[in-house]
Design a protein around this ligand. Sequence first.
Ligand code: NDP
Ligand code: OXD
Length: 306
Amino acid sequence: MKITFCCTDTRAEPWLQGLSAALPGADISVWQPGAPQADYAVVWAPPQRFIDEQSGLKALFNIGAGVDALLALRLPPAMRVVRLDDAGMAVQMAEYVSHALIRHFREFDGYEADTRAGRWSYRRPRLRQDFPVGIMGLGVLGERVARAVAQFDFPVRGWSRSPRQLDGVRCYSGQQGFNDFLAATRVLVNLLPLTPETRDIMNRETLSRLLPGAYVINVARGAHLVDEDLLALIESGHVAGATLDVFRTEPLPAGHPFWQHPHITVTPHTSARTLRGESIAQIARKMAALERGEPIAGVVDARRGY
Ligand code: NDP
Ligand code: OXD
């Protein structure tokens, strides 16, 4: 089995070592322009030239869950694209969102500012029933986040394309359910894939439908959010603030208003990192299954965009 590796911003050596250990006998190398056709590829943000030259791959394994950058390339129609299925990301996402939610709900930033200033002062306890959490996207990551948040007794709502049933989560679906979902949500968590349907989905109109004093946690993609609309709604007081992990341009450009905004917390696209060991194990398992002619999970539907 011949495997080519083409991952931007990723140190290749440990991946090659891990893949070789997991797939003894496989011929694994870093892609160079003009390299011979491989059977499988392990990629992150490859150039168009890579796709053009490796058009006969049996499958393209993305080392992330989101495939928006990959699907933006011109791919051969029959190319099988496989996303990472959790591989240790879901629990990280649950940690990140729970942390952002609880930090906001319990006003820990305010307490920290007070105690640093030497002030021993109390804030009035807030009621969690006043902070219903709405999760857009109930896939591999969204479902795990919904379960984690429900553990803290917050009312939880979820929104997906197709109808879902999850214990402890009030589920909405489709365009029909979207407005009802927004109207029942105060803390909005975005875990949608970036597709033509979901681009700019968090804008002035949709964010205005959230309950007053809303809070936004964006952990999916920067292009889901219209930056100026969020800033305007914070200014107006309808939105209390946001925790943002992803941005239209990454790294977030110097001078962007999000950096210094008193009600916005910025992290550098780190809410759920690709864990090398678990990812290699999953990819190797799936390559072996494909070689045996067995079906695998995580194959992307290019028409749907995720
Ligand atoms: P999944 O594909 O497993 O889940 C996607 C969910 O979104 C599904 O519930 C799907 O609905 C729903 N959805 C898709 N399109 C629509 C739509 N138009 N309207 C309503 N619901 C829709 O993705 P994951 O949970 O694995 O990952 C989600 C995203 O998180 C990734 O695409 C990536 O962008 C981002 N991500 C960010 C990371 C970070 O570090 N910041 C790390 C990893 C991922 P249905 O159930 O009906 O199919
Ligand atoms: C992913 C990401 O999609 O890290 O996996 O953003």
